[in-house]
Design a protein around this ligand. Sequence first.
Ligand SMILES: [Zn+2]
Length: 849
Amino acid sequence: MRKYVIILLLLCASVTAQVQLDYYLPQGEYDKNIPTPQQFLGYQVGEWHVSHDQLVYYIKKLGELSERFNVQEYARSYEARPLIVATITSTDNHQNIEEIQQRHRSLRSGNDIDVSTMPAVVYIGHSIHGNEPSGSNAALIAAYFLAAAQGEEVEKMLQNTIILLDPCMNPDGFNRFASWVNTHKSKKPTAAAICREHNEVWPRGRTNHYWFDLNRDWLLTQHPESRGRVKIFQQWQPNILTDHHEMGTQSTYFFQPGVPKRTHPLTPQKNQILTKKIAHFHAKTLDKIGSLYYSEERFDDFYYGKGSTYPDVQGAVGILFEQASSRGHLQESVHGDVSFPFTIRNQVKTIFSTLEAAQNLRVELLSYRRNFYSESRELAQKDEIKAYIISDNNDKKRLTHFAQLLQRHKIDVFHLAKPITVDSVEYTEENSLLVPTHQSQYRLIKSLFERRTSFADTIFYDVSAWTMPMAFHLSFAELKNKAQLTYLQGENYQYTFTPPQTTFDEKAYAYLFTWDGYYAPRALNRLLQLGAKVKVATKEFSAVVNGAQKRFTYGTILVPMGIQTDKKQIAHTMETIASEDHVAVYRAETGFTPVGMDLGSGNFRSLQPPKTVMLAGKGVNAYDAGEVWHLFDVRFNIPLVVVDVDDFSSLDMHKYNTMVMVDGSYNLSSSDTQKLQDWVKSGGNLIAAKRAINWAVSAQIAPLQFVTPESTYTDRLPYISRVQNEGSQITGGAILEGKTDLTHPLLYGYHHQSIHLFRRGNMAIKKPKNVYSVPIVYTDNPLASGYMSKENQQLIKSTPAIVVCGKGRGKVICMADNLNFRAFWYGTNKIFINGVLFGRIIDNGSVEK
Ligand SMILES: [Zn+2]
């Protein structure tokens, strides 16, 4: 029997691209008015990689021709490609679709809804990683079947199910990849793994336009693709959501459940039971065609930011599928040559096994959803925490971005109706939010606020912590007194900005704004790009502004009007800053101040426009590079020149005053290294993060050393325990606490002695000799949330998180952490951008040389 299966598999795996439709679909009656993908595209599915526009046109065509289809655009990618979802169900259901949706949604709030006649809702998602194309190509086949197949069985399925077919969740990455493989396709398929067709160039097609992994963004929702999709998800609240991926060519096929011990503890056991019940349907269909597969290994259900886990904390079942990739059209493997059609067919089969499971388990899935939420409300009732109070007294924009994240997941957020002091932190009405725990999304709220440091397993497929207020650098407290909640809960939270009454004209002596607002860097950049003369305060002072005395702290921006060339334009820009960046701008009529330095003091340091270049390309961590690009381009509108490492030798460094080297392994030639050294010595400002610090150390521009673990003798251990033991020493994503030096230019705009940093990896820098060169040091017990082994906590405690080094007249700012993690770590973005904008004003005596 085993032999038979293997032979059959090899036959399947090595089919050439020339397959017929019945390779994918059962023979039967199909509506002749519905074009097959081949009739529409001019080639059979699997012969070429479908481009994103062709895919969209086909699904839209089915929308025009089939009464079962309703196609809607839910977002546009950064490259302006439409993201679409087809709602597919019986014509009867379509006629009452809003009522069905309403009733389905009520499962989140009602205890006694009769689910016996309700359809199940299934969201089928494809190729969120653009270079995992079998999903989206399978969507062509699935869509055709759902539009054209005739017969009682199909009608019954459509009556019992609302299918949300999302043909491509990452259009930009998907198209990048399709172009690559089609460009390199030979008439006679080349299976050699080394072939260019199977090896895309950096940054490859996995990610979106700014090189973000969209399958980590479901919870974070920082990108248009996720925002649109989460909106549909919350509208429909599906019972099952599938996520079709690909993995290494040598592998087989994976479906969930994943590693049982690595399921998030907030996910009910019943979720995993249902996942397993559904798995039987996948197994059955893959057995029939002899495909190899596995489950309950390798992948997990821990981080709620993935498509297959996000539903698990919301009364649904998320399912991850992973197909061994042909990457191009045909690729050699230990299982024989893997053809593109073969990979597509496995995905088609599990799309239909999911739909079959949904039909068979319909009532159980719907009841589970209803019970999940009634149980959530009971848990909330029992929870001693009645609400979370969150605030930031200086930056309402950052606070609001946090509130909006919660609101996108249908979490109710309120204003604080009365001020309250908790643990000696004052929460004001103006700058605080209140999130009651007693609401339907109780479990999701818990996952966003909890600080978990103990775990059933110590290996994680992704991050182990995402405590949101820490990521956003917000004060937060738990409210345990229920009686207090009744008078503390205000109106639904809505952002408002009341600017100070400032007159904008060229007659002002100076304008001032603090560095507190999230968009202050964007405001400063507006001025610098105009050629305005702008200074930053390196000391505290008080000034008379808008007719009253006001205290200003480190990092306050001063725009003296008397020395500007185009005063009118600058005054106008100050007004734009107030209205668009929501930065509070003040007007001074005199330079003479009541307390501290006067406005002409040398302790206001002149700023230069940032001219920044970032290295990208082979060896560079594309995620980290993309996050910097996104920060500059989307958030702050600051120009950034991204240069390939291979082109560095022809780069004219004199045109730039700042350079970013994100995490990566850099192999610059000796002449390129010399060039960079010379540039730093002559005053260049280099920001080096994570492994770029190793490069800077070896290039002798950062005189740092690392703390290495002491080697301890261990007796022999069982062979089988190695993976678990070594895995336990990986820090895949935890939150560490650091102590700040608020007088340091890198901390301008900050007000707390404590800050939370996202930590991946175990880099530990030795304390430098210069005691002024460390703006942030980890505390002596730094693990604030997530998993880090005891040994690594010991290694890293009390070591510097950032050291400012120097060579000649230049600076090398070394950051042990990624301060822009996945674009949602709003709390440390400003430190990074301060390195860009203020790096050059750091005193030469305060750097490690
Ligand atoms: Zn993937």
